[in-house]
Design a protein around this ligand. Sequence first.
Ligand code: HEC
Length: 151
Amino acid sequence: MINGRAETNLGATVIRLIAIALISLGFGAAAQAQETNILAGVFTEAQAARGEEVYQAICAVCHGEDLNTVDDESPSLTGFTFNFSWNGKTLAEKFEIVRDTMPSGNPVVVNEQSKIDIIAYILGFNGFPAGDQELGLDLAILGQITVVPAP
Ligand code: HEC
């Protein structure tokens, strides 16, 4: 009998510990989600507007003024193609493609700040909300922001 009681107590303690662990995990996840949630507004309207200017001047010739491609080789940056190739990716991955390879054939003509501004423009164009903080160039932070379906 004494034994049975000790086991019950041990069981209760284990359950309590698991509950505490789950609760702290839950809080941790909530805090992180807030920091990195693309739906919470990860760029500003002003930033997207700056990005739009450079996009229209440099990128639209291939990717289209309305982000629907105008040639056979360049992918659209909106609609089905956008959903297909951006969902589940981080903004770091997308930024690195643009930083290292775009505009195709001459990636140095646009600086990194303008490139991240263009990412903001592409996100805004595709229905993601603006917020009150600009999207920065920090790859560690960009790597925590995962694209999900726009609202
Ligand atoms: C000369 C035509 C051309 C110009 C100008 C150009 N691109 Fe591209 N872009 C392409 C092609 C072609 C691809 C397909 C990938 C590849 O084969 O390199 C591509 C791919 C991309 C991709 C990857 C596709 C995706 O959805 O993940 C992004 C993002 C992109 N371009 C953004 C830009 C941005 C931003 C600019 C302007 C700074 C730009 N491109 C200018 C031709 C162009």
